[in-house]
Design a protein around this ligand. Sequence first.
Ligand SMILES: *Cc1c(COP(=O)(O)O)cnc(C)c1O
Length: 226
Amino acid sequence: MNLALNLGRVEAAIAAACQRAGRPRKSVELVAVSKTVPIERIAEALKLGQTLFGENYAQELRDKHPALPNARWHFIGPLQRNKCKYVVGSAELIHTVDSLALGEAIAERARKLGRKQRVLIQVNTGAEPQKSGCSAAALPRLLDDLRALPSLIVEGLMCIPPFDQPSRPHFVALRELAAAHRLPRLSMGMSADFEAAIEEGATIVRVGTAIFGERSAAPEPTDDDA
Ligand SMILES: *Cc1c(COP(=O)(O)O)cnc(C)c1O
């Protein structure tokens, strides 16, 4: 596994997709998804010029953030309210707000730190019962409620399409929802489909495997260090 080669390939694919879509390269941010990736490996990516990373597990972000002072972080995993303290402030953007209760917990933590926290709302575009994210139908109300919280800035939407379906219709649906609510940022697209996501308007793509290689089995988040 050659990190420089992988990053170069992903960067070239992003640039090509931007060109096909008639979009400037600057309109898309690459989040290098570093869940389960050791700190030394992330440091290597930093040296190669990749500065933005995405973590799924609150405790992993808590541990990695102080070790890599030049890195920028997004939080892209499901977040329990009692773990907000590990994420608010260290993550520039939280992609996965899907309930008012979680939004309030994030806002309260941000208020205590004297900060404002930027967030995205995760939408369950596939209406999968087991998946995180608010339904498209519940979005307008949730958005109103979250916009009323002074320490929170809602900047856009995020989705994870069902694994057994083509992604593109979900990307289109998310783009249309965001446009309807004047939300400028769209987090969509992973290793398998980030090029299609860019063609459909993604402003943030979340790419793990294509950069860092196959992950060893992801540890399930545990509650013992809650
Ligand atoms: C793991 C993960 C990714 C990256 O997936 P790859 O297929 O490895 O690129 C992107 N987004 C979320 C929410 C993830 O959990």
